[in-house]
Design a protein. Sequence first.
Lengths: 115, 115
Amino acid sequence: AQSVTQLGSHVSVSEGALVLLRCNYSSSVPPYLFWYVQYPNQGLQLLLKYTTGATLVKGINGFEAEFKKSETSFHLTKPSAHMSDAAEYFCAVSDQGTNAGKSTFGDGTTLTVKP
Amino acid sequence: NAGVMQNPRHLVRRRGQEARLRCSPMKGHSHVYWYRQLPEEGLKFMVYLQKENIIDESGMPKERFSAEFPKEGPSILRIQQVVRGDSAAYFCASSTSNLHQETQYFGPGTRLLVL
């Protein structure tokens, strides 16, 4: 069984500050990990994903995430927040034995960016 | 290339009525996934379909819910005799395959409200 915990349902940062959204997962087999962003009244857009290889993954809009197996974490970061980053962010996990559609999602973190 | 289309975007039904949600995948995509998102929660997998076949419906409620993806036309998620607990956002996603390397593209969702 897989699970995802996103620490902090709401995160607020100032424009230009570091963004850190936390995600911890559990999986009985090596995981595939994803971060998605959802803007109001829209669907999810893939920010980045980890499948195999390099543990530091770079995504769109300046975001990156690092897979840390020992900590079962896949935290999302961005060095400098922009107003347009305000959205809801979802971490998801699926294992290598199942198809990608059966990802398990966290409950989401709402990011607010203050001017 | 148009993205994933879902209609209607908003649907209001009274208890006991039927709800039909439509999803047109991106051109060239033959894999469709349906998810449900309850308020303040992440997405929950419902069903995975390929053209004319249900591949995995492990996330679908056993009663009142059904899905299809005919050879021609959109994928349909059908909810019979809706109840208030069915109120949620329903998203579909499509991909060219079920491999983790393939990105899933999400539609904007259908927000169902059951009165």
